[in-house]
Write a new protein. Structure first.
Length: 96
């Protein structure tokens, strides 16, 4: 997450670090509406207001850790599969 924040701070020095609650709120909203919204639509449909710059940092972070992806139309999809990760973590040849 630190890289995403640093990248955004270079672009805009007023970027703030998101709180864990804010990151989880955005992640839950994406999971519930996977594939339905683009960035702007998702931002407008969040349960609580978030600064745009902070929102972009969160999206960068979630994309960096492979929890979300963007389709060709810019829609945001939740791609994290915890059950698959749990099964894979039990395999000796895979280190998570």
């Amino acid at each position: 997450m630190q890289q995403a924040i640093q990248k955004r701070q270079l672009e805009n020095p007023f970027v703030r670090s998101p709180t864990l609650d804010t990151v989880l709120m955005v992640e839950r909203t994406i999971e519930e509406s996977s594939g339905e919204y683009n960035r702007t639509e998702l931002w407008k449909n969040l349960p609580k207001q978030v600064m745009w710059q902070t929102f972009l940092v969160i999206l960068d972070y979630l994309e960096d850790i492979n929890k979300i992806a963007f389709d060709k139309d810019g829609k945001i999809a939740y791609i994290w599969n915890p059950e698959l990760a749990k099964r894979l973590s039990k395999r000796k040849e895979i280190k998570l």
